[in-house]
Structures are given as C-alpha cells and as structure tokens.
Design a protein around this ligand. Structure first.
Ligand SMILES: [Zn+2]
Length: 118
C-alpha cells in the first residue's frame, strides 16, 4: 500500500471477530517462529560438518527474517505497543500498522523511523 489508511470497526461483534482472527494468525506466527528457533538450536548442537551447520543455520535465519517481515508489515499487531485488539492505521513510510493511540502519541517517532518491533 502506498497511502495512509485507517481501519476502524464500531460493531462489537466485528471487533471480536477481527481480534480472534488476529489472535489465530499471531499464534500460528509464534508457533512457526519458535519452531525455527528450535531448529536453529538443533543445528548448532548437531554433529553435522561445520560447513553444513553454517549453511542450514543461515537458511533458518533467512526464514525467520522472512516471517518477521510478514508479521511486521501485517495489520495483526501495532508496530509500537504490539497490541492486537485495537483499530489500526497504516503508515506507508515504514510499511507498518499502528494502533490509533500510538500513532497519534508517537507520530514523530513513527514517521521518522524505518521499522519497529524487536
Ligand atoms: Zn500501539
């Protein structure tokens, strides 16, 4: 997306549905991230030759970076406070979504930074 976009839901049933979907996506992301972190540890503790360990480890690092980028640019959570149950606004300058509270409270920091989270 190239333009700032605000998404607000007033209907409590839609808000609950949205929050549940975000939670499901977050839990799946967390499960995958933990799996990759465990796999990195397994590779480091394996008896594989060092060059093979390094190759596998670098693949896992890239995979983790890839799924981090996906969650960072998604509307699942605020890029500042990480809450997942609020209305969000998209900031095209860093390709991230922020809750309205954070966006208005930290707009100077948000607009000047290229990325947040972790
Ligand atoms: Zn926030």
């Amino acid at each position: 997306m190239k333009h700032k976009r605000e998404v607000k839901l007033k209907d409590p049933r839609l808000r609950a549905l949205r929050n549940n979907l975000r939670e499901i996506i977050w839990l799946e992301w967390d499960r995958r991230a933990c799996g990759i972190i465990d796999a990195k540890s397994d590779v480091l503790n394996s008896k594989l030759p060092e060059n093979e360990k390094l190759r596998l480890y670098e693949e896992l690092v890239k995979e983790l970076e890839h799924i981090d980028l996906i969650i960072k640019s998604s509307v699942v959570m605020c890029g500042w406070c990480r809450h997942r149950d609020k209305d969000m606004i998209y900031n095209p300058s860093n390709n991230q979504w922020f809750c309205l509270d954070c966006y208005h409270e930290h707009s100077e920091d948000i607009l000047s930074a290229s990325s947040f989270i972790y």
